[in-house]
Design a protein around this ligand. Sequence first.
Ligand code: TYM
Length: 339
Amino acid sequence: MHKKRVLSGVQPTGALHLGNWLGAIRNWVDLQKEYETYVCVVDLHAITVPHDPKKLKENTLSTAALYVACGMDPEQCSIFVQSHIPAHSELCWLLNCITPLNWMERMIQFKEKAIKQGDNVSIGLLDYPVLMAADILLYQADLVPVGEDQKQHLELARNIAQQRFNSRFGNEDFPILKVPKPLIIKDGAKIMSLCDGENKMSKSDPNENSRITLLDSPELIRKKIKKAKTDQHFGLEFGNPSRPEADNLLRIYSIVSGKKRETVEEECSNIGWGKFKPLLADAIISSIEPIQIKYNNLRKDPEELNQILSEGAKKASMLSNSTLQKIKTAFGFFQKTYI
Ligand code: TYM
């Protein structure tokens, strides 16, 4: 029997943070054992907002190395760079031509990011979710493990596949594109900023103290946790809407320490912030330490990383080109008969 397939990706727009790890990558690591798994570094997405060309390559390599360091095993999954597979851009164009503009204008992330860009909003930013749909549909993915913030984009990919492509160009009994399902694991699906428990932790937040990256040193982690926003209450608790910071930091503590919610509740309901923060910092530091060791070793060996990405690209290329051909045939393109 065929294994079901998983695809996901992260933008190389700076060091990955706790949200990327706990909301997404951590779940990929478990899934790769059971599913045929493809994970890409989505560098084409990273240029939808103004970017620094001097940093794109390094961010791409560092993101790929972090996938491996977090536990993605190149023997079990395919790791590749999105721009190395031209089928992503090509399918994006084809899907652009069947996706209504008003579907795109509804995208919450577009609206949020567009406000920040002012007059500089690019067509690429508006088109970003179509490129993401292309990423997913090319691999006929069954499941797409992401954080909560990507739910709307996944819904769009499903609608494009079903309502715009399969129903028009396919056949009800033999749909050409698989309609993917999001996999959002509640625990960790939305890690909030350290400076504001009501805003998500994000790579684009100009305040670096709002996030902990997977490459932060222990000293920096302690400093950031020390500065993290608190409240006036004694004792920490989960789920109190008037105490979003307590809920966020306790959730992070529970995941990185591997302790159950009830255990954490018991441990922290009768201690103040001053006692809790060093516990949290220690737990984050020890959970990230093995990732940093693996990361540093891999970065010392560029050949190995190159090899991993080259193997990943070969497998990704085969699968994505075969889907692209099916889509082009369904669209009615004149297929090339000459070399
Ligand atoms: P990106 O790069 O913003 O984030 C990568 C992954 O991390 C998750 N995430 C979070 N999870 C919990 N708490 C947070 N604070 C947090 N911040 C980010 C995201 O939900 C995501 O799963 N559009 C995607 C990248 C992408 C993609 C794809 C994903 C492009 N093509 C195809 C899946 C499939 C994005 O911008 O992720």
